[in-house]
Design a protein around this ligand. Sequence first.
Ligand code: AMP
Ligand code: MN
Length: 345
Amino acid sequence: MMQETARDAREPIARIVQAIRERQRFVLSSHARPDGDSIGAQLALAHALERLGKTVRIVNHDEPPPSLQSIPGAETIDVAGAVTGQYDAAIILECSSLDRTEVAGLDRYFLVNIDHHAGNRLYGALNWYDPSAAACAEMVYDLVAALGVPLTPPIAVPLYAGILTDTGSFRHANITRRTFDICSHVAASGVDVAGVAAGIYQSGTIGRLRLTAALVDTMRLEARDRIALLHVDDALLRDTGCPPDDMDGLINLPLSAREVQAVIMIKTLDGTTRVSLRSKGEVDVRSVAASFGGGGHRNAAGFSIDEGPEAESRIVAAVAAAVESAAGGPAAASESPTASGPTPA
Ligand code: AMP
Ligand code: MN
């Protein structure tokens, strides 16, 4: 499968393989509020390193959300705001900048940065950054192969979980032929792929289901139904009984309507406001997030804001501009309501 690795990835992979061979004790970290790709990429790499006889700890700022706790090994992840142990290297997965981990002390170690987010800051002593990868888990697949570790189920299950979730269950434009090549190898390794999906998508809380109803009920539509605006706050989570870490994916609900081209979800929780953006096709919400100091991918991005509700109209205006520019400008947008429809599946 290594022949499927992008040519320009061979050199960084080779340097990371050498750095791993020369070292013994590793700490792995990923972004705060981890998602399926962060947990999947970490658990797969941790298992591969253990197969090589290395000592590995995974330290994240937050626990894996309920939907990811069925992935074997998720219970071994340490939750801490700082790392202090003796390690020969820290491998950071899925983070465009080191501060995305929200874990202090990582910069004291030899840093290896493995990520697929556009705009990665190249903060490592070794950097392997591939925005063409659908998931960081795809990159870890290549690294595991380069390390000569066989793709056994304890590695293949978390890799599949990362790819499944980061492609939106094989719906996003980030999918390539390589994605399916890797999944073919995962299936061949004996993984129960339907079981992995059920563990992630059919194991949520009743609170999440109640929140789903409330979100759709209170949704606001802007820009002639092209933008959906969702709000979550502490009171809503309390009333519905949804744990704050069981909201993953709910932002995608409005995209099921043909007219909706982008979704803005404003989460005001514990005194901080985070904004998540999702879009269809050419609508670039990463640039919108970047203009507010955040980042992400073209169709999935986010940022934090200090301001209160007054920021909302600016966010809606910025997303509306992104929708219009993808539709060929305001004129084209008003001529045909379907001009910026979803990319064909
Ligand atoms: P979320 O809406 O939190 O699921 O994030 C969507 C995408 O945007 C993910 O790829 C995140 O890693 C990225 N993202 C979210 N917030 C930020 C931020 N403040 N800075 C950089 N990237 C972000
Ligand atoms: Mn990812």
